[in-house]
Design a protein around this ligand. Sequence first.
Ligand code: ASP
Length: 345
Amino acid sequence: MPYIQSSIPSLSGAGSPELPEITEPGTVVILATGGTIVGVGKSGKSTGYASGVLPVQSLVASVPDLNRVAPLAILQLTNLNSDDITSKDWIGLARVINTLAENRLVAGFVITHGTDTMDETAYFLNLTVKTDKPVVLTGSMRPTTAISPDGPENLYEAVTVAADPSSRGHGVMVVFSGKIISARSIRKVHTSDVDTMSGGEMGCMGIVTDSTILFYAESSKRHTLRSEFDVSGRTELPKVTVLYFHTDADPELLKAAAALSEGIVIAGAGAGEYSKPYLEALRALRLPVVISSRTGDGIILQSAVLSSGTVAANNLPPQKAAVLLRVALTKTKDFGELVRIFGEY
Ligand code: ASP
């Protein structure tokens, strides 16, 4: 069965996926990758379940009148816990979207995805899909077998946003708990709350309630059609390691990470700070190093990094600074260029 694929091999390899036939104008394509939204556990419980179990068709069937919002085309790409999604899967997913976006009958896309790494996949797609058609990620915090699963409503709202012409041109978005949040700002901020998806201090772009969609804000950062990145010729991304600074953090780990990776992201304390031994070890490294913050919000200015020669992550959290660095390294290792890229995206 196609939905049991453990990755997206037919997309990330040489072959092409079996794309759904699209016959009606305004079609929303649902691309399923797994997550709690199709998870199964003990009846009535919200924990101790398995993520990525049911085929997405059964989720779609559980949402009343979903096919009245828009004609639907469904493609089950894989069925994973999102912690098992790889950069190969990202590239495969971007390829499917870029191919189907050329079909004039397609209005937009909904990607069902686990919440754990949804922010990373969303930001990767924001940098690499070449369309202004809405690309919307959604998921859920409670499995299908919980007393009150949040997946069906999130899916309904995601399809509503993806089908609507007013959603075009905003870049990749996450729709969750009635909020529309840009892929640039989104991050998961709570281990169990159904309102776990947040844009942090950048807030949300808009709201969706039943069939009403209202946009209030835009991300001014480059995305989709204005992005310079094209990873379509690759099968995976350069390896980048994220290191979390903490009291007594061992600088030897910097050397180990440098030996294993093409770039490093530091999750620094406060405004991207770290100890003197860390600073010394960092200065000896000869690979791109990006400085982010473990605080969860706020900016790191290029003019204020502790070690010149390191790149400020702007206000990207560590895991998303890693996504941008991996994509950027497909183009350049030049320090000045990396500084420009972290300012513009
Ligand atoms: N571990 C799950 C996943 O990311 C969590 C979720 O979907 O909410 O696939």
